[in-house]
Design a protein around this ligand. Structure first.
Ligand code: SAH
Length: 254
């Protein structure tokens, strides 16, 4: 049987690995996060900064770029409806290369942008400097669960899609505790196609060369939100080729 590295795709294949989820039962949260950090700081950085960039991509990766752009456009529509005051302070949790953080700063928000992968924070900082908005953004390298403070809104895009249910819930609770207003996030919904790929892929050994997508059933997400004292306000399924996420907006229950 080929190892995952032997079947590791050329650029024509998609960068998600729905096949090799580490077992959260024997991987502590810290070890799991360290693995994600190493991925997003290494090979994942190259992959995702290309997808979030502008250079030409393979067809499959292009569908991911387009889906991500659609997701961002939907988020911006919801944020506009939220009518946050000018200069409102938004936390971008898991900022990646800083696409959202820079756009938010350009719209007049104050932003704190956090990412666990130093290369991502560096790329986001460079993007902010190039866009002339670095003064409005505070960058921080670290785990979003170590972030404190209170923000007018918290946004966490395409981060929780990498966390299994047992880690998803505490992260969501922490993110909710940081917002005095809305919380926006994406998760990977449970669906049969992904579930089948997941099952098939169970035969392959674990790889550090791709990331994993962790599907969370809707009922689990709802329960986590309720437990965090939030109620769902918006939902959109964003689907474009290999990009398939559910974007949610929630507000404090009271
Ligand atoms: N939100 C960005 C980037 C998504 S890629 C966007 O949508 O464009 C996922 C990012 O989450 C990676 O940069 C990864 O380093 C970061 N990440 C994963 N786990 C994290 C954690 N526990 N704390 C902070 N960042 C994390």
């Amino acid at each position: 049987m080929p190892t995952v590295d032997q079947i590791e795709p050329t650029d024509s294949a998609h960068p998600y690995d729905v096949t090799a989820a580490p077992d959260p039962a024997d991987a502590s949260a810290q070890a799991y996060k360290a693995q994600l950090r190493d991925y997003f700081d290494g090979i994942g950085f190259a992959r995702w900064s290309a997808i979030y960039g502008e250079a030409k991509l393979s067809r499959i990766r292009h569908t991911i770029r387009v889906g991500h752009q659609q997701m961002l456009a939907t988020l911006h529509g919801w944020l506009a409806q939220a009518n946050l005051p000018h200069g409102a302070h938004i936390l971008d949790a898991g900022c990646g290369t800083g696409i959202l953080a820079v756009t938010l700063a350009q719209q007049g928000y104050t932003v704190t942008a956090v990412d666990i992968a130093p290369h991502m924070v560096q790329a986001a900082t460079e993007r902010a400097i190039a866009a002339g908005v670095a003064e409005q953004i505070t960058f921080h390298t670290g785990d979003l669960e170590q972030v404190g403070g209170r923000y007018d809104a918290v946004v966490c895009l395409d981060v929780l899609i990498h966390y299994p249910p047992a880690l998803f819930t505490p992260m969501l609770h922490h993110l909710a505790s940081l917002s005095r207003g809305p919380l926006y996030f994406t998760h990977a919904p449970y669906n049969h196609l992904l579930a089948a790929m997941h099952w098939l892929g169970g035969h392959f050994p674990q790889s550090h060369r791709r990331t994993t997508i962790q599907m969370i059933p809707d009922a689990h997400v709802s329960a986590a939100l309720t437990g965090a004292g939030m109620r769902q306000q918006h939902v959109a399924n964003i689907s474009s080729g290999f990009y398939f996420v559910r974007l949610l907006g929630a507000t404090p229950q009271s």
